[in-house]
Design a protein around this ligand. Structure first.
Ligand SMILES: C[S@@+](CC[C@H](N)C(=O)[O-])C[C@H]1O[C@@H](n2cnc3c(N)ncnc32)[C@H](O)[C@@H]1O
Length: 467
């Protein structure tokens, strides 16, 4: 039913969501609502996979703020009417309080009406028919297609099955356009046009989604322990956070070595993370990056970061390694050679990477701060119990991005809910998911045995494009 109240504070809004990355949409909107301390109040018809969500309990200012951040939402509208048929829509619109419509329909206003269809393309003539049929609405202004003050939209939902498109829409909404989401960032920040890139640079859209899941906000301090070319720092600094990162790879941190571009052999003189932020006019948010092994924290023991957001190595496109050796190493004597000593590296098992990451986050996030990271998964054997846990971190969301029929990666979001009491309390040996070795080694073995089984049949690297 329509919002019966005439108060503008009790309006309903309809969000038009993009139909890609379906799993990521709800956690994104929930995080953006939480940033404004607003609850999620969908109407009774809410279906997570639908392109249209009707939300209650928001103000226009809330909706604009959410759209100023959302990469998953295309647009938001103040809902004036809805129904299964044009006739139901008409009844609903005629019941909508006139005083809510009047400020946008007076004779001095310029307006236009758009028709959006989901899962069907309408002929131009049919769109015009839809608009003409709205003659029962008291529009008094002039139509202006180029310079409207107010834009109204009819949104028609023809379901989600492209092989079974109904003749008439399953549902229709009509409302006043409020704002567009930030889909444009996907194009403007595409890694294709990024100054400094690598083989595993994170896709722009996903980087912004990660920053949203992490509830990154202005003046936050955000850290990426596997920073690579800094794609996640770009997204976080776009939302006003100060950013820093570390990576074990000297060449990546210093922007040296072989280029990842097809027509370029070596990286140019200014190909580095700072230059990436400069490219988008946000260099002032860059703190620094340094060469460091994530398995050996260099940070002082304190809750330093508002968010930790990262894409750890999966060992597909780049090796998982850390400093150290199983053999006895002859350390250089202190003195002139000590500074130039480059430590040897050994394998860094996936299980240890995630245990270390959770432990580090439990210690170095502020209370309420979020850890957002990717977990690679061998789909046939994945179950939720494989997601690493930590007693100080609450699991907020777990979203799948399918990479192939057998592989995917899951975007895990956790929030720090308590301070670690002492180092021993960080590991609850009774629960394998809190254990640094048992649960995870099983996960890792299955993950790689699954991949290995398929090696030869398929090119794994194409499964993990960008990993
Ligand atoms: C998947 S990539 C991160 C890509 C990054 N998000 C970007 O957009 O470019 C993982 C990174 O982890 C780094 N790495 C691997 N082992 C590490 C370790 N032990 N400590 C820190 N960084 C490590 C690799 O050098 C690589 O740059």
């Amino acid at each position: 039913m329509m919002a019966a109240s005439s108060s503008r504070s009790c309006l309903q809004y309809v969000f038009h969501l993009a139909q890609d990355n379906l799993d990521f949409r709800l956690p994104e909107i929930l995080a953006l609502l939480a940033l404004r301390e607003k609850p999620f109040h969908p109407d009774g018809k809410f279906k997570e996979k639908s392109p249209y969500w009707c939300l209650n309990g928001l103000s226009e200012v809330d909706v604009r703020a959410i759209m100023a951040r959302s990469v998953c939402a295309k647009s938001a509208f103040e809902l004036w009417g809805h129904g299964h048929t044009q006739s139901e829509l008409r009844t609903s619109l005629l019941n909508y309080p006139l005083e809510n419509m009047a400020p946008f329909m007076h004779k001095d206003s310029k307006y236009k009406i758009n028709v959006y269809t989901f899962n069907k393309t309408l002929l131009f003539a049919d769109r015009i028919k839809r608009i003409d049929a709205l003659d029962y609405l008291p529009f008094e202004g002039t139509v202006s297609l180029k310079n409207p003050q107010h834009i109204f939209c009819m949104l028609e939902d023809y379901g989600s099955d492209p092989n079974n498109i109904p003749e008439h829409p399953n549902y229709i909404y009509f409302g006043r356009w409020i704002a567009d989401g930030q889909r444009e960032l996907i194009r403007s920040h595409s890694v294709k046009n990024r100054h400094f890139i690598g083989n595993t640079s994170m896709d722009a859209g996903l980087s912004f989604i990660m920053a949203n899941h992490a509830k990154v906000k202005e003046n936050d301090l955000v850290y990426d322990p596997f920073v690579g070319t800094g794609s996640l720092l770009v997204a976080c600094s776009h939302f006003g956070a100060y950013v820093c990162g570390t990576d074990i790879d000297y060449n990546t941190i210093h922007g040296k070595g072989r280029s990842s571009r097809i027509n370029q052999k070596w990286r140019g003189p200014d190909e580095n993370i700072r230059a990436n932020l400069r490219q988008y006019g946000i260099e002032k948010m860059y703190l620094d990056v340094m060469v460091s092994d994530a398995s050996k924290s260099v940070w002082r023991e304190a809750a330093l970061f508002d968010a930790i957001i990262t894409d750890p190595p999966y060992g597909i496109r780049e090796s998982t390694r850390r400093t150290g050796s199983h053999k006895e190493i002859t350390k250089p004597a202190d003195g002139i050679y000590a500074e130039s000593h480059v430590p040897v590296t050994q394998a860094y098992h996936l299980s240890d990477i995630f245990t270390d990451l959770l432990n580090f986050s439990a210690h170095h996030l502020v209370l309420g701060g979020r850890l957002v990271y990717w977990l690679p998964v061998y789909r046939p054997e994945y179950c939720e119990e494989m997601v690493p846990l930590n007693p100080c971190l609450q699991l907020i969301s777990n979203c799948e991005q399918t990479l192939s029929s057998h592989t995917s990666r899951r975007l895990i979001t956790m929030e720090k809910i308590k301070e670690p009491e002492d180092l021993d309390s960080m590991v609850h040996l009774a629960d394998p998911r809190f254990s640094p070795y048992q649960g995870h080694n099983a996960f890792r073995e299955k993950y790689f045995s699954g991949l290995n089984k398929r090696r030869g049949k398929e090119d794994n690297k194409s499964d993990f494009n960008g990993v």
